[in-house]
Design a protein. Sequence first.
Length: 78
Amino acid sequence: MPTILRHGPYRFYFYSHEPNEPPHIHIDRDNLSAKFWLKPISLASNLGFKAKELNRLNLLVIEHQNTLLEAWYGYFGS
């Protein structure tokens, strides 16, 4: 499960066994986890983050979308 980015307390990563899903990123902090689709950006799932923090995570995904997509396609191919 490659880590793509660390930003403050957040770890951005994907699982190496998910190549058949659309591009997405998992984000963890402590025992909280969220999954965002990358094209278009939208929340796929949430385990414990409150709305305010999810909004912050959404902004981080927008800010780093190109880096996250490059990592996805670099790992899984296009």
